[in-house]
Design a protein around this ligand. Sequence first.
Ligand SMILES: Cc1ncc(COP(=O)(O)O)c(C=O)c1O
Length: 409
Amino acid sequence: MSMDTEVIRRQFPFLTARGSPCAYLDSAATAQKPQSVIDAMRQQEEMHTANVHRGMYPLAEEATAIYEAARQSVQSFLGAQAPQEIIFTKNCTEAVNLVAKSWGKANLRKGDAVVLSPLEHHSAIVPWMQLAEHSEITLAWVNMDASCAYTVESLRTTLDTVQAKLVCITGQSNVVGVRPPLKESIEVAHNAGALVLVDAAQLCVHHPVNVRELGCDFLAFSGHKLYGPTGIGVLYGRRELLEGMSPFLTGGSMIREVTRKGFSSAELPQKFEAGTPPITQAVGLAAAIKWLGQYPWGEIEAHERTLIETTFAGLQSIPRLRILGSDDPGAISGCMSFVVEGVHPHDLTAILGDQGFCLRGGHHCAQPLHEHLGVPASTRISFGMYNTIAEVQAFLPALEKAIHLLSKS
Ligand SMILES: Cc1ncc(COP(=O)(O)O)c(C=O)c1O
């Protein structure tokens, strides 16, 4: 059965209630939120406000139960073994920083390497660069060609040349939409004695993710790309790893005891959730997971595939336009990026923006990838479940017109 996008769209106030029509083609940056997510957060603020893991009165206990139920939703969304393996953070970036600043700082020694690829988002690169500034670890880069295919052979070659302790790997590129072969890469990394951190910020919106099937050690994502709110992200970590790690942020809520002499940390997951956590956002994230769970992945993926293929074919026929990365639309998911000879992405996206097409121009927080592709910036079109073929069909001639206009100026 195919997905009824009209039914989907009606659930998004942004798409129906705004005065001016707009084709939102920037879901890789952040997704629009369905009404049920907004309602769940509003209900939480209106009816269940109390801090969590503190008060003994019924309202406080209720708030704690709601917050912990949200953790269980994430646990089952990711197929994790236990709720203790789910840490709520501010976003995906903070989740990666937690691993770098806690596990990385304690476990990486002079000569150890963190393996990255040019596909990574800055949030999966810079925390390791910062760690390298203060230690003598190295960063090793997996080689890839212009198609941006991440191959297990290339990973193996990199692993053979360094003393790898961690492989940080994206599940899906936020620029060129390719997906590394995760399961095989994780196996190869483990065989070389390295742990694996998966950046699933883009992947988990477009494809089911099961941490136990993948066998990854850590996995990070953000709520706001998954039709949930901003202000919440998730770090999944294998329990024994998290148990062995020190807290990244310290203060209230994360302690077992504080004396004048020092402190001891609380158990998981509180150990990593210092201060008042993003309670309402956790509720919103659980509502987003519930909302998404109504639709079979097969239908979501089939719908998004049609969007990608239609866009790819349309872009390919535009003169002077180059789609970055793979020339096989079947290898692309969620988003694609392109450059147009003589036209700056900022100018292009500004003109298209004035006509109601929201898409992003720039480096998309992936400068090493742009360097790899030999361009400083690109224009990215990205999709959510609510996008339609009609939007793509309206976008393509608008793009051609904008290119024409900019080429004359
Ligand atoms: C692949 C990838 N990783 C990480 C991030 C960082 O997410 P956040 O800004 O929500 O921390 C993004 C955001 O665009 C992303 O696309």
